[in-house]
Design a protein around this ligand. Structure first.
Ligand SMILES: NC(=O)c1ccc[n+]([C@@H]2O[C@H](COP(=O)([O-])OP(=O)(O)OC[C@H]3O[C@@H](n4cnc5c(N)ncnc54)[C@H](OP(=O)(O)O)[C@@H]3O)[C@@H](O)[C@H]2O)c1
Length: 257
C-alpha cells in the first residue's frame, strides 16, 4: 500500500523517520511531499527508499493512507489540492483542528478520517500517540492502530478528550525535557560535568518510569520510599512544593489546552 506524508517538518519528519527505522518500508511504499526540497532531500539521503516530491497531489495520488502534517492554518489549502477520494484514509496530525472543522474547511464529507497526535519520540518508536476516528470501518481502524502501534504506545480516545490528552503527552514531552534541562543545570552548579549530570538525570528518569510502568504503583508510594524522616530527600520534596512545582506543572498543562 502507498502511504503519503504531506509535510515533513518536525512531526511529519519524525513520523517518516520512525517508519523507516522500524522497517515499515517493507510493507508500505512511502512517499513524502513538502514545500522544502532541502528537507525532502535530507530525509532521502538517510532513507534512500523514500520517494519524494514537492507536488502534494502527486504524493496523495493512489495512496491508501494520506498523513497531513502541516501547520493547522495550512490544512485547508493543502487538503484542497489533494483531491482525495472516499476510499483513501485521511490522517490529520494538526493539533486543535477537530473533525467538524476539518470537514468544513476541506469540504470532505464522509471521508474516513483519523485525528492522530503523536509526540516527537515517534522518530524512535517511543511515541505516546492519541487516535480518534470519524467515518471509519473496523478494518481501517485496525490498520491505523497497527501502523501507529508500531511506533510507540497508542491511546484511542473520543474527540472530546483530545485537547486534554494532547496537553499531557504531546506538549508534555516538552515539559519533561524542561525538567531534564533543569536537573542538568542543577548538577553543573553542584560541580558535576555536563556528561555526568546528563547521565544521572536520564537514567534516573528511565528508572522512575520503569518502576511506575512495571509495577503500577502510585507515584506517592514511590516518593515515600525515598523520603527518610528527617532526611535530605524530604527536604528537597518540600522545597519543590514551597516553590510551586505541582501548581506549575498543572498550570502548564491547563495552559496548553
Ligand atoms: N511538533 C510537534 O511536537 C507536534 C505534535 C503534535 C502535532 N503536531 C502538529 O503537526 C503539524 C506540523 O507541525 P510541525 O511542528 O511538524 O510543523 P513544521 O515543522 O513547520 O512542519 C510543517 C512542514 O510542512 C511544510 N509545508 C509548508 N507548507 C506546505 C505545503 N503547502 N505543502 C507541503 N508542505 C508544506 C513546511 O515547510 P516550510 O518549513 O518550508 O514551510 C514544513 O516542512 C501541526 O499541525 C501541529 O499542530 C505537531
Amino acid at each position: 500500500m502507498k502511504l503519503a506524508i504531506i509535510g515533513v517538518g518536525n512531526m511529519g519528519g519524525a513520523v517518516c523517520e520512525g517508519m523507516f527505522r522500524k522497517g515499515m518500508d517493507a510493507h508500505y511504499q512511502i512517499m513524502a511531499s513538502d514545500a522544502s526540497i532541502e528537507k525532502l532531500e535530507a530525509l532521502k539521503a538517510q532513507y534512500p527508499k523514500l520517494e519524494i516530491t514537492t507536488d502534494n497531489k502527486q504524493a496523495a495520488k493512489d495512496a491508501g493512507i494520506v498523513i497531513v502534517a502541516v501547520k493547522p492554518w495550512l490544512v485547508k489549502p493543502v487538503v484542497e489540492q489533494l483531491q482525495m477520494s472516499e476510499n483513501q484514509i485521511y490522517v490529520s496530525i494538526a493539533a486543535g483542528v477537530d473533525f467538524a472543522q476539518l470537514e468544513s474547511i476541506t469540504g470532505l464529507k464522509n471521508q474516513p478520517m483519523f485525528r492522530v497526535i503523536p509526540n516527537t519520540a515517534i522518530s524512535d518508536q517511543q511515541s505516546m500517540t492519541l487516535i480518534c476516528k470519524c467515518h471509519t470501518s473496523p478494518e481501517q481502524e485496525a490498520l491505523i492502530n497497527e501502523l501507529f502501534g508500531c511506533l510507540g504506545r497508542i491511546l484511542i480516545i473520543p474527540e472530546s478528550k483530545m485537547a486534554a490528552a494532547t496537553s499531557i503527552s504531546s506538549c508534555g514531552i516538552a515539559y519533561v525535557f524542561k525538567y531534564i534541562q533543569a536537573s542538568i543545570q542543577a548538577g553543573i552548579e553542584l560541580g558535576l560535568t555536563v556528561p555526568e549530570a546528563r547521565l544521572l538525570t536520564l537514567q534516573t528518569l528511565t528508572g522512575a518510569t520503569t518502576i511506575l510502568s512495571e509495577h503500577g504503583e502510585h507515584p506517592a508510594t514511590e516518593i515515600e520510599k525515598v523520603c527518610t524522616p528527617g532526611g535530605i530527600t524530604i527536604k528537597g520534596i518540600n522545597q519543590l512544593e514551597h516553590d510551586g512545582f505541582t501548581s506549575a506543572v498543572i498550570n502548564a498543562m491547563k495552559a496548553s489546552m
